[in-house]
Design a binder for this molecule. Sequence first.
Ligand SMILES: [Zn+2]
Length: 100
Amino acid sequence: MTASRSARERKAAAEAGPLAKVKIEVDEQDQLVYKVSCTECVARGSKAWSAYRPGGDNGYLAAMDRWTFHLHEKHPDAEAPCLAYLAAAQQRLHERREQG
Ligand SMILES: [Zn+2]
């Protein structure tokens, strides 16, 4: 469990790029909780931005989508592998809104 969690953490951190700080925790229901926070927004002294999403792969996707939007909106010059999926993330957001 611990090994796969740190492997997931490394994978997510690599995807999220250098501005992100990724942490995976386990909640009371034994679910993985993905937390992605922005090191640059923390450094500026403003309220730390972070995405916090429970759930295995769904949580990963949801947290990563939120992070991708944050990067795109607040740090347009930043580079991160996850930005390659911006269009897919926007599509997923759109689909969630249609369903909601
Ligand atoms: Zn930020």
